[in-house]
Ligand binder design. Structure first.
Ligand SMILES: Cc1cc2nc3c(=O)[nH]c(=O)nc-3n(C[C@H](O)[C@H](O)[C@H](O)COP(=O)(O)O)c2cc1C
Length: 381
């Protein structure tokens, strides 16, 4: 019988995570070294460093400059009295932590084990990648520990259908997942919204910052995505998304003005994100802009964030600064490669455990207790 990951002790979760990284490492190469602590900055880290990944490194570094305020003199706080649960557009979650969408496993990991039998590699790329199996690992692995998985969309190749593959995985999990559509031209975007609706997805996201992906350093060259649109106005976005009754989330917001425009566009949520530093070099870290964005929109819209979050304590920091939840990208890709759905569950449960422990050590019995005075921002920030 499969073990219930949510009942595992922390030491065991850590040991399993190390084993999963070891398993994934040879298959992540040459783009990723599957470091247990992914900081974007190790030499030859091909995902975001090189000469154009400084925003990705900054995401991680700025989070290290925030510290937690330990206080264990309070009433309550037995293990099961710590409640990190929350609501995500009507779906209950054990903690406000998601995976971040990363598409086309064969493109990002040329040596992935997610391959379709009998299909050859084309142009040196793993066009034979099995993006359905990869998406299923993300969606099921998250759902199994009470989280919600996000899947992505990317440039078109006649042999891969990762958007549809992701939707299939979501549909099979009764809609418990968020498809993230690229900002295509209006007609294509509308069609993809309809597909997401048909799959019963709990919410629909759009990574509007993908218009900058020409600078994706993972490819080491300028590589535009054919069919992608120019930036869209708030009015355009409102019209396009008016065809769905699903809540929709704009991913890639980095300014208070952008967040206000997302509200005008009718979005139910935003993700403060710089795409792991891939789309615009020399942008601020996401955690640096979080508070000003939250001040600008208040409670009008849900505010999620990603970029460099690696532990439950990091999630705690963002919650104390006003975020409603955190997405984690590259480590969850490593988790899927090294352990499929089980690997994703282990990683997500480790984060949830760390968040709950941070709450216990700071006197927070529920998420609403995680207030600004529970963290210190150090002088260097
Ligand atoms: C290799 C790679 C591919 C990505 N692909 C997508 C994508 O297809 N859609 C999307 O919305 N974001 C994409 N992202 C951005 C992630 O969703 C997320 O914003 C970022 O990875 C979070 O930072 P982290 O990896 O430091 O946790 C990608 C990031 C990486 C590193």
């Amino acid at each position: 019988m499969e073990r219930d990951v949510t009942k595992m002790m922390y030491m065991e979760l850590r040991q399993e995570w190390k084993r999963i990284c070891d398993e994934a490492r040879p298959r992540m190469a040459p783009k990723c070294k599957a470091c247990a602590e992914c900081d974007s900055a190790r030499p030859k880290c091909n995902f975001v460093s090189s000469d154009r990944g400084r925003s990705g490194i900054r995401n991680y570094e700025k989070l290290q400059q925030i510290k937690l305020a330990c206080d264990t003199i309070y009433e309550g706080g037995n293990g099961d009295e710590i409640d990190s649960s929350c609501d995500f557009f009507g779906e209950k979650m054990r903690a406000p932590v998601f995976n971040a969408p990363i598409a086309w496993v064969g493109n990002n990991l040329p040596n992935t084990h997610f391959v379709k039998p009998g299909v050859e590699r084309v142009d040196g790329k793993a066009t034979n990648s099995d993006d359905y199996a990869y998406s299923k690992a993300l969606i099921d692995g998250c759902a199994d520990v009470g989280s919600i998985g996000w899947v992505a969309d990317s440039k078109h190749h006649p042999l891969v259908h990762f958007y549809e593959d992701g939707l299939r995985a979501i549909k099979e999990r009764n809609g418990r997942g968020v498809p993230t559509i690229k900002s295509w031209d209006d007609e294509k975007l509308s069609n993809k919204i309809k597909q997401a609706e048909e799959a019963g997805a709990v919410a629909i996201a759009c990574d509007i910052d993908c218009v900058g992906l020409g600078y994706m350093s993972i490819n080491g060259k300028y590589d535009t995505l054919p069919g992608l649109s120019n930036p869209k106005s708030a009015k355009q976005l409102r019209e396009i998304f008016s065809i769905t009754s699903k809540p929709y989330i704009l991913k890639g917001i980095m300014t208070p003005q952008g967040a206000v425009k997302a509200c005008e566009a009718g979005a139910a949520g935003i993700v403060v994100s710089n795409h792991a530093g891939n789309n615009l070099d020399q942008s601020l870290a996401t955690i640096e802009v979080l508070e000003s964005i939250k001040r600008a929109v208040g409670n009008d819209i849900k505010v999620y964030i990603d970029g460099g979050f690696r532990h439950g304590e990091d999630v705690f920091k963002a919650l104390a600064m006003g975020a409603d939840g955190v997405l984690i990208g590259r480590p969850v890709m490593i988790a899927a490669e090294g352990g499929e759905a089980y690997g994703v569950s282990i990683y997500m449960q480790k984060i949830i455990w760390e968040l709950q422990n941070a709450m216990r050590m700071t006197g927070c019995l529920s998420l609403k207790d995680i207030t600004r005075d529970k963290i210190y921002i150090t002088k260097e920030f």
